[in-house]
Design a protein around this ligand. Structure first.
Ligand code: M6R
Length: 366
């Protein structure tokens, strides 16, 4: 059932082009500029009257939620808060009937996320689910929702669930932007056309697997790693670090690049690999100066850049090129090399990639 792949994780990484298409198929009519999502359409007034959106989730789904925050605020101009379900549920949060809560969960069974939903419902909020497993507890407990159509995800390390969650959140953000008029018709159309190119771009990106494997061989014995990104790619830095921790047991941290000078830059020396996302449309100049600051302290830089980049290539130790896209959708591409990198490092270190120690696929206890 691994379809010729050595591990489920690798199979699931390679399934992403199809999973993303399956997720937007029937929902996105790019040529007509139409986005159809029954769960959103049927509850549009709730979304449009909301004072804010609160996203609750755990782990990788929480990272997708952070990307959602950037998408909703940028496109639909709705204030968003992203909460760890476990913290939210226990801190006596302020929730009103004017809040829309979006719960994100691959399994649909995560105990803390489920409890956060029940709490939000008890305070009168409208709760919308973004789940992968059809008929799961969270899918049933929410008022409405939109499934990701990633197909079964077996590897404990979440990969295709993450990219399909971001796909669903992008569609919701665009739909709300359309309804509110916060984006022009032509801007929405451009986004939809751009989204349609993502699966083929992911497919082409998967061809860099051999290059990523070479980079993995260079850094597999590192004891610590840093991941940096800004804007839409800050959550990707967090997700890159989580993937590495989870399956290779190497300590890694993700940070917004600008936070380096507030502490973590003290960690930099010649033994510290730093994985940086430096896409051409996203605060590029600022990330380049962050890279220079690390290089001047002898840190090793692996940079994820947009095809054709010249500047970072001159400074970084390794560059991984991704196809150009709108910055808002770039997480769908930038996350791929980090998934492959963690995978190869874990395999090289002889770790149990699909079932890492101490972890379960669905966390049904708190
Ligand atoms: O099923 P869920 O999306 O609710 O799971 C949330 C986390 O437990 C999950 O994303 C976890 O962090 C993954 N193992 C990350 O790869």
């Amino acid at each position: 059932e691994k379809g010729g792949y050595d591990h489920f994780m690798l199979k699931e990484i390679y399934e992403q082009p199809k999973a993303i298409i399956d997720t937007y198929r029937g929902r996105m009519l790019a040529n007509e500029g139409i986005i159809k999502m029954a769960g959103v359409d049927d509850n549009m007034s709730k979304f449009l009257n909301a004072d804010r959106i609160i996203i609750v989730a755990c782990g990788t789904s929480w990272h997708a939620g952070l990307v959602g925050e950037y998408l909703f605020e940028d496109m639909a101009r709705i204030p968003v808060e992203v909460e760890y379900a476990s913290e939210f549920r226990y801190r006596n949060p302020i929730i009103t009937p004017k809040d829309v809560v979006i719960a994100i969960s691959q399994s649909g069974e995560t105990a803390d996320t489920l409890a956060a939903i029940k709490l939000a419902k008890s305070k009168g909020a409208f709760v919308f689910g973004v789940c992968n497993v059809v008929g799961s507890s969270i899918a049933r407990e929410t008022h409405a929702g939109a499934y990701t159509h990633a197909g079964p995800e077996i590897g404990v390390a979440s990969t295709k669930a993450f990219t399909t969650q971001i796909t669903v959140l992008s569609l919701i953000a665009l739909k709300l932007a359309q309804a509110k008029g916060t984006l022009s018709t032509s801007a929405v159309n451009t986004y939809l056309q751009t989204m349609q190119q993502i699966p083929a771009q992911v497919e082409s990106l998967l061809k860099i697997d051999a290059q990523v494997k070479e980079i993995a061989a260079v850094y597999k014995d590192a004891k610590n790693c840093l991941y940096l990104g800004r804007g839409f790619n800050f959550p990707v830095a967090l997700e890159g670090a989580l993937k590495l921790k989870e399956i290779s047991y190497i300590h890694a941290e993700g940070y917004p690049a600008a936070e380096m000078k507030h502490g973590p830059i003290a960690l930099i020396d010649e033994n510290m690999p730093v994985f940086v996302i430096a896409t051409s449309r996203g605060h590029y100049e600022k990330v380049v100066s962050n890279i220079q600051e690390i290089k001047s302290r002898s840190g090793k830089i692996v940079a994820v850049v947009t095809e054709g980049d010249e500047t970072v290539k001159e400074i970084a130790d390794h560059v991984i090129e991704i196809p150009d896209t709108e910055e808002a959708f770039s997480p769908l591409l930038t996350t791929i090399p980090f998934q492959l990198l963690s995978y190869h490092i874990a395999v090289m270190l002889g770790k149990n990639v699909d079932q890492p120690r101490n972890l379960a696929k669905s966390v049904t206890v708190e």
